[in-house]
Design a protein around this ligand. Structure first.
Ligand code: PMP
Length: 387
């Protein structure tokens, strides 16, 4: 049973961090454990028991294009999108993946043509999520070729543009930038949820990728899903999954279905049970504290986001992205400089931008975030341009 309290120290216990004043603090990765307290508070509501004889088959629903998608997960995904209002699901094919990471690879496979003499170009507007380049280049595929920044892309021929909105690393709301007839678009909507950004419309795009990791914070379940308009593309994405991993863990799928169901129900009821209100309030408070520290500096700046009406909350809201994209006027490699101050962040260079930018995860445990603000304040006080 998954609710066995003694099975392993990682199953149920909260992650304990004890930082000393000279500990390194790692704000490099976007590991969303800060949402843990909410799910702990949900107690048994999300618990499910899986018996030894359950879920043994490779197959889930052979009448579906994505034959390994557990029907209850497909239903929970559709219900949640309807409640949140962030994406159109009617007449869409759902393809489930081991995180949206695997689904991006599946989409690249589905949108490329093995018969072509040249690989299809893959681009994303800088600053882009560093994972795209890493994934595209890792296996040296002959099907597609990473061509970097979409803003400077001039090569003729077919291309795939990944549009990340809100964007990782800078939180911007984005649209495609190349806009040529022979282009295909993949929308990575990992952060298009109300804790990060106002939900302004249900998006209705050909290929939309979402992930359980950033929606609820359950990155460890490794569940992502694609909403795909075109049947042929969904079939090819499913084929990719079949060849690479013969489907996706059913245990993970039914756990995700359960948790997405509890999340959707909570959105209709009391505030304290509303995950998006809870997670937004934590991020909002962190952003306010960070902006307060940065405003004392003439050197550093943070992006500004337009306030917008959120259809989900029925209120005007500010964005509170998962990452802070810190810019410095000083021509310094800020990743290295922050490391000297025992802060691990990711250089702008990894995102196709200048090392004057660094990306800082807003997802760290509270203790690490507090220490980060203290250290950043000290850096700002000791930097030439302080007020
Ligand atoms: N897309 C974006 C923009 C991300 O930030 C991430 C995770 N950092 C992913 C995709 C991958 O998420 P996962 O594989 O956990 O679903």
């Amino acid at each position: 049973a998954t609710n066995n309290q003694n099975s392993s120290p990682t199953t149920t216990k909260p992650t304990k961090t004890s930082l000393s004043p000279d500990s390194m603090i790692n704000l490099d990765q976007g590991d969303p454990t800060l949402f843990e307290p909410f799910w702990r508070k949900m107690g048994d509501k999300c618990t499910l028991v899986i018996e030894g004889c359950d879920l043994m088959s490779y197959f889930s629903d052979i009448s579906n294009i994505c034959w390994f998608l557990q029907p209850q997960l497909g239903d929970a995904i559709k219900r949640l999108h309807r409640v949140v209002g962030n994406a159109v699901t009617e007449d869409r094919n759902i393809v489930v993946g081991t995180g949206s990471t695997q689904l991006l690879m599946a989409a690249l496979y589905a949108l490329s043509s093995p018969a072509d003499r040249h690989p299809v170009s893959l681009v994303a507007a800088a600053p882009f999520y560093s994972g795209y380049k890493d994934q595209a280049e890792f296996l040296r595929s002959g099907l597609y070729k990473w061509e970097g920044d979409a803003h400077t892309f001039e090569k003729d021929g077919p291309y795939i543009e990944v549009v990340t909105s809100p964007n990782n690393p800078d939180g911007a709301i984005r649209e495609a930038v190349v806009n040529r007839g022979e282009g295909k678009l993949v929308y990575d909507l990992a952060y298009y949820w109300p804790q990060y950004t106002p939900i302004t419309q249900p998006l209705d795009l050909d290929i939309m990728l979402f992930t359980f990791s950033k929606c609820t914070g359950h990155a460890g379940s490794r569940i992502g899903w694609a909403l795909v308009k075109d049947k042929e593309v969904a079939t090819k994405m499913t084929e990719y999954m079949q060849i690479s991993s013969i489907g996706v863990s059913k245990e993970s799928q039914i756990r995700a279905a359960k948790i997405l169901g509890v999340l959707g129900e909570g959105c209709r009821t009391a505030d304290s049970e509303n995950f998006f209100e809870y997670s937004h309030s934590i991020l909002k408070e962190r952003w306010e504290r960070l902006r307060n520290v940065v405003k004392n500096s003439r050197v550093f700046s943070l992006p500004k986001y337009p306030r917008d009406y959120c259809n989900f909350t029925g209120k005007y809201m500010d964005s509170s992205p998962a990452f802070a994209w810190l810019h410095s006027k000083e021509d310094i490699d800020w990743e290295s400089r922050l490391r000297e101050h025992k802060i691990i962040a990711r250089s702008g260079e990894r995102f196709g931008a200048s090392p004057k930018y660094v990306r800082i995860s807003m997802f760290s445990p509270p203790e690490a975030f507090n220490l980060f603000l203290e250290r950043l304040s000290a850096i700002i006080d000791n930097t030439t341009g302080n007020v």
